[in-house]
Design a protein around this ligand. Structure first.
Ligand code: ADP
Length: 478
């Protein structure tokens, strides 16, 4: 299958003379060429979305829902092939990729269900002669900008609620992973999405982004990516006072208490850190272990890390695929060298991996003797590097966990219910996992606080982002 025609506007697929190549990060081989769109295509896509909004918003929730159900079905039927495409452009192990595709489909299902449940309110008035109503209505044209680390689920998590609410969409996927985006839009097309409701523009991120920002017709920007780009979008949205839903960076702590089930804690810590090779905004960036269990935890952790298999995500049994690009490898290396220079010990890993493949690989790495001033304890690493520090006092662990500008996800491992609740309440994060490191679910509100973002994705909360609450007040005749 070719992807030359990667721009989808008003129901038509287009190519362009100017193209961009997509590479497999495991082999560095070219996989496909996609069109390199910019301002002109984005303007057209916005115009198409605005036109389609007039009719899409008038359809009933049930009618919109039918198309989303169909898309969900089609995506699940094709999960294996879509998983392979995802691994080829992104690198994650095939099992994870297929899991992501199924997760992506779950957002289509959830919002197919939510589409007909956009209830309003009837507010009892303090004046006898009035009636007060609240009508939820779609925001309008949505600009959706998505990252490369979850090329499928980040798209459906945004566009499924937008579409269910009655909004229309211009989607800009990450340049590293446009193929999953193209496949998803093909599925929506096949499911019967009317022309102009979903539009896709691949190409120049800045030009496409700026065109969305400067258009008064784009009423909401939904974005997942770096805090830096999120801040830029927020600043530039001011002129038209656009609504924003931003899911930005994180620096997740794991706190392992002395009453934790250590075997479970080790497995969960590994799953959190090394899923997608550490390239998730909710993956553990630092681990605090109680001194009483430090030795057992570290020993079991080291044994398990040694068993992880690095390689091509398409190969059977791979646990860790490549990183997305050379800069990602460099970042891990910089964090490692900084930590080592400041006194950290490398317990395992610590080097680039070269198993005869050309791609961007790095060994899963554990650091001990880490101090708070190290880069890895403060900046998002986005790679397979796990620093482990010890603590004695619950309050100190919580204070350290909270000592960051980020506030996306935090995890605690404990078998004591009261401690779980007490600490969960004190952690300044949008998401807290208690003995659970996989918080993302179609039915739950995912999102950060502080510099990790604004707004929620998932659940009925995710739908709210795309609905205005219009207040109607009616004066009654006597
Ligand atoms: P990362 O560092 O993880 O790639 P980015 O924030 O750079 O995160 O990228 C997330 C998404 O934002 C991608 O789709 C990328 O192309 C897009 N992006 C990057 N810069 C801009 C920009 N100036 N305007 C709009 N989108 C942008």
């Amino acid at each position: 299958m070719t992807y030359d025609k990667s721009i989808f506007i008003n129901g038509t697929w287009r190519d362009l003379k100017e193209t961009e190549t997509v590479y497999n990060p495991a082999t560095l081989e070219p996989v496909a060429k996609v069109a390199y769109g910019g301002k002109a295509e984005t303007e057209e896509a916005i115009a198409a979305a605005l036109k389609a909004f007039k009719t899409w918003r008038e359809m009933t929730g049930r009618e919109r829902s039918g198309i989303l159900y169909k898309a969900h079905e089609l995506m699940l039927e094709d999960a294996e092939r879509l998983g392979e495409i995802l691994t080829t452009e992104q690198g994650k192990p095939l099992k994870e990729a297929i899991g992501e595709v199924k997760g992506a489909a779950s957002f289509l299902l959830w919002y197919a269900e939510e589409a007909s449940r956009t209830y309003g309110e009837w507010i009892p008035s303090s004046a006898r002669s009035k009636r007060l109503l609240v009508i939820p209505q779609p925001v309008g044209v949505v600009g959706a900008i998505t990252p490369w680390n979850f090329p499928a689920s980040m798209i459906t998590r945004k566009i499924a609620p937008a579409l269910a609410a009655g909004c229309t969409v211009v989607l800009k996927p990450a340049p590293e992973t446009p193929l999953s985006a193209i496949e998803i839009v093909r599925i929506l097309e096949k499911a019967g999405m009317p022309s102009g409701v979903v539009n896709l523009v691949t190409g120049d991120a800045e030009a496409i982004g700026n065109t969305m920002l400067t258009s008064k017709d784009v009423r909401l920007i939904t974005f997942t990516g770096s805090t830096e780009v999120g801040k830029h979008l927020m600043r530039e949205s001011a002129d038209h006072v656009k609504k924003l839903s931003l899911e930005l960076g994180g620096h997740a702590p794991i706190i392992v208490f002395d009453d934790a089930d250590i075997d479970k804690a080790v497995s969960l810590a590994l799953a959190s850190k090394f899923r997608n090779n550490g390239q998730t905004c909710i993956c553990a960036n630092r681990v605090y272990v109680h001194e009483a269990v430090k030795q057992t935890f570290n020993q079991k952790l080291t044994e398990k890390v040694a068993q992880l298999k690095i390689g091509d995500g398409l190969a059977e049994g791979t646990d860790l695929g490549p990183l997305i690009n050379e800069q990602a490898v460099q970042k891990v290396q910089v964090h490692l060298e900084d930590a080592a220079a400041k006194g950290a010990s490398i317990v395992s890993g610590g080097e680039k991996w070269n198993g005869g493949m050309a791609g961007h690989f790095y060994q899963p790495t554990i650091l001990s003797e880490v101090t708070d001033d190290m880069l890895v304890m403060n900046e998002e690493t986005f790679g397979p590097l796990m620093p482990v520090q010890t603590f004695r006092d619950e309050d100190v662990a919580v204070a350290k966990a909270n000592d960051t500008d980020y506030g996306l996800a935090a995890y605690i491992f404990t078998e004591t219910t009261s401690r779980a609740i007490r600490v969960a309440e004190k952690l300044e994060y949008g998401i807290v996992g208690v003995n659970d490191v996989f918080p993302a679910a179609a039915e739950a509100p995912f999102g950060g606080i502080k510099q990790s973002g604004v707004g929620k994705e998932g659940g009925h909360h995710g739908m709210d982002e795309f609905l205005e609450k219009k207040y109607v007040t009616i004066g009654m005749e006597d």
